[in-house]
Ligand binder design. Structure first.
Ligand code: C2E
Ligand code: CA
Ligand code: CA
Length: 526
């Protein structure tokens, strides 16, 4: 009978022994000294169990005592075994959860590529080893249009397909990261020029054929900016900024690849300077508005005025909007500029009305203005103060601005149309036309770009374009304006082609408000 209890004690001892390896693993993983204490405690227990076994085997003892002690020892062994096993399993589960979390923190969920955090980690590691490397910033051109035209799901699928194409082509030539949105980066430790060339060739080749996304064949064009360590900088953040600058330059100049050079930084510095000057000009109320007449071709009378911003300089000259509007657009200051233009134009309108002006005021908008609700809210607030303004203001949006943000432009046009504001498409013919937008939206006017008007009597192609735009506008029920009319020959031809309105130096250059006001006042008086 006692033999059975001795076996039970041996089983308890074995349970303790088998807990030892797991306890040791826990000790190593957790590095908490209490677990080491427990480990030695279990060893002591094992020695104690063996001592009791020895005592029970060699001395004849009361079987009740033996059975009670055997059960207690077995229970103790089982208890320790269970506690250690459960603790170990919990630790493994926690470890796995931490691992998943770490993976998610360092990888992009959509494409599975390592993310921005990992990119900086790897770059920092490469630089700490002083290994020469190239940083390639890659951006998808016109990705926004894919999102706008085919939906965000399709946009996501395109990113996945692009990531896959890049990764599978690149193989061991560099590591690919997704930094944000449609921005990818490659870290290439190739030191030879040929190695880098090969890497770039592989990148461009990977999107050479259209990518198939949800039954659509989408052409992907990339803009790539490259900076080199250590030539372009020793600082990680500066290197990244340089690659970004080069990529931005590639995008802006429609090139697929630009290598960083110091001139880019210099220009960036100038842009920064100009940005600060624009900020100051807004705060100090330095801008002015000039007005250029639009002439009705049938009556030869002034039909309206285009509002054109001017920036007087300390030396008495004026800075052209062409020199600062683009910088304001890049730095998102444009919304403040546009708001200033609108409020000042509305004020001037009152003075013009008092002088006898009854025409329309044309105000230029930028692509950025269409993006935010802020501009809409601002215009609605002005409209609520004086609802009559929507009948006398036409907003001009360039064709290219409309195309950079089709959805935003559509929504803004529909929303402002609803309270009576009209829209004119500026610089028509120079952008990436979407005739379907003309069909879908209620567009009051089309403005033929002056580059076609200027050359229409000498260039057959320009003449054909002007004639076709006038025809198109008429068919769509839109009014048509020709800008850049500089002489009576062009004027005559445009009248013959039945162009509704004319604008240009032939009639008047843009002039200050006072000049226009006086003209009306004199007209009234005579
Ligand atoms: P735009 O909207 O196409 O404005 C017409 C430009 O053509 C004006 O230049 C005007 O002075 C010029 N122009 C008018 N008639 C003739 C002509 O017969 N011959 C020639 N060669 N040029 C003519 P400006 O005022 O320098 O403005 C340049 C551009 O700056 C504008 O082009 C417009 O895109 C932008 N801009 C001007 N004011 C504003 C504004 O308040 N807001 C925004 N967002 N952009 C503005
Ligand atoms: Ca305009
Ligand atoms: Ca124009």
């Amino acid at each position: 009978m006692n033999q059975l209890f001795i076996i039970i004690i041996i089983a308890g001892t074995l349970l303790l022994v088998s807990s030892l390896t797991r306890t040791l693993k826990i000790c190593r993983k957790s590095e908490i000294s209490a677990w080491y204490f427990l480990f030695y405690f279990i060893i002591l227990f094992i020695i104690g169990y063996i001592g009791i076994l020895y005592y029970f085997i060699y001395f004849k003892l009361d079987s009740i005592l033996v059975s009670t002690v055997a059960c207690i020892l077995f229970g103790g062994g089982g208890f320790v075994y269970l506690v250690i096993k459960l603790s170990y399993n919990s630790l493994i589960t926690i470890e796995e959860a931490v691992e998943v979390q770490r993976y998610q923190a360092e990888h992009d969920i959509l494409t599975g590529l390592p993310n921005r955090k990992m990119f900086f980690k790897s770059l920092s590691h490469i630089i700490s080893q002083s290994t020469p490397c190239s940083i390639l910033f890659i951006d998808l051109n016109d990705f926004k249009q894919v999102n706008d035209s085919f939906g965000h799901h399709c946009g996501d699928q395109l990113l996945i397909a692009t990531a896959h194409a890049l990764k599978s082509n690149l193989s061991h030539h560099g590591s690919l990261y997704r930094l944000a949105g449609d921005e990818f980066a490659i870290l290439s430790t190739y030191q030879s020029e040929n190695g880098l060339k090969e890497c770039i060739h592989l990148i461009t080749n990977s999107v050479h054929a259209p990518l198939k996304v949800e039954k659509q064949q989408i052409n992907v064009n990339l803009s790539i900016g490259v900076s080199h360590y250590p030539q372009d900088s020793l600082d990680m953040y500066e290197l990244v900024k340089h690659a970004d600058l080069a990529m931005y330059e590639a995008k802006k100049t429609n090139q697929s690849l630009v290598f960083y050079n110091t001139e880019l930084s210099q220009r960036e510095g100038e842009i920064l300077l100009m940005t600060n000057r624009i900020k100051g000009a807004i705060e100090q109320d330095e801008f002015l508005l000039f007005y250029q007449p639009l002439i009705c071709s049938k009556t030869n009378q002034q039909h309206g005025l285009e509002v054109l911003i001017r920036w007087p300089q300390a030396d008495g000259s004026f800075l052209s909007p062409d020199d600062f509007i683009m910088v304001a657009e890049r730095s998102s200051l444009i919304l403040s500029v546009t708001k200033w233009v609108v409020i000042e134009a509305v004020k001037d309108l009152k003075a013009l009305h008092a002088a006898g002006f009854t025409g329309m005021l044309h105000i230029n908008l930028s692509a950025q203005d269409l993006k935010s609700n802020e501009f809409y809210d601002y215009v609605v607030a002005l409209f609520n103060q004086d609802p009559s303004i929507s009948k006398v203001i036409i907003f001009e949006i360039t064709e290219s601005a409309m195309m950079t943000n089709i959805q935003g432009a559509k929504e803004m046009i529909i929303a402002l149309n609803a309270i009576g504001f009209q829209f004119s498409i500026d610089d028509f013919g120079t952008g990436f036309s979407s005739l379907s937008l003309l069909r879908e939206l209620s567009i009051k006017q089309i403005k033929i770009d002056r580059s076609f008007v200027n050359g229409m009597l000498n260039q057959k192609a320009d003449y054909a374009i002007v004639k076709s735009i006038i025809f198109l506008a008429k068919q769509l029920g839109c009014e048509v304006i020709a800008e850049g009319v500089e002489n009576s020959e062009v004027e005559k031809e445009l009248i013959d082609l039945d162009c509704d309105f004319l604008q240009g130096f032939h009639y008047s250059k843009p002039v200050p408000l006072e000049e226009i006001r006086h003209k009306y006042l004199n007209h009234k008086a005579s």
